[in-house]
Design a binder for this molecule. Structure first.
Ligand SMILES: [Zn+2]
Length: 187
């Protein structure tokens, strides 16, 4: 009676071990499938009129509120420029957290990061991509930029090998220029 019970539980153990092993394999395979590295042509932009195609309300659009921004070309010409991304969010540059390599590389930013609690955690930057290939919400790790998430589109950003990175200043965007880098894409 006792021996039978033991054998039973041993068999249960075996099937349990097998089950977890199977689960592990499934997760491992899933983990591998969930990201992809791709050589991409990466450019940068900021929110300025040159990058985003807007101008201050001018006589051209017969708007008297000269300080407001209007789209200067394309389908939306003459419409108010919101400054938001195509998905309706506020664009932002990627911001690495306090405990990151970036703090080590730029130690003078540590005090600033310490006193601003919202700087403790890393935040994804704004990436513009072709949403046919990368729907809004796709996360990417771009070497030299950091983590970003697709929340924007661009008229020149077409195809699976093109993305545009958001920077806070035009000079930073110019400094990035145009690079071919291996981008890690989380699926
Ligand atoms: Zn710009």
């Amino acid at each position: 009676m006792d021996g039978k019970k033991q054998r039973m539980s041993a068999r249960m153990m075996n099937s349990k071990v097998f089950f977890f092993f199977f689960l592990f394999l499934l997760l491992a395979a899933g983990g591998c499938a969930r990201h992809e590295n791709r050589l991409m042509e990466v450019t940068a932009y900021c929110g300025c009129g040159k990058c985003c195609g807007w101008e201050r309300g001018a006589w051209k659009h017969l708007k008297l509120d000269v300080w407001n921004r209007y789209v200067s070309k394309g389908k939306q010409e003459g419409k108010k420029y919101s400054g938001l991304t195509a998905s309706g969010t506020k664009p932002q540059k990627t911001s690495p957290g306090l405990l990151s390599g970036d703090t080590l590389a730029h130690p003078w930013t540590a005090p600033y990061r310490l006193v601003c609690p919202w700087r403790w955690f890393s935040e994804d930057g704004t990436i513009a991509a072709d949403t046919k290939y990368y729907p809004f919400g796709t996360r990417m790790l771009v070497p030299g930029y950091g983590w970003g998430v697709v929340t924007d589109r661009g008229s020149a950003i077409k195809g699976p090998d093109r993305i545009d990175l958001y920077y806070n200043s035009h000079q930073d965007a110019l400094d990035w220029g145009r690079k071919k880098v291996k981008v890690r894409i989380e699926r």
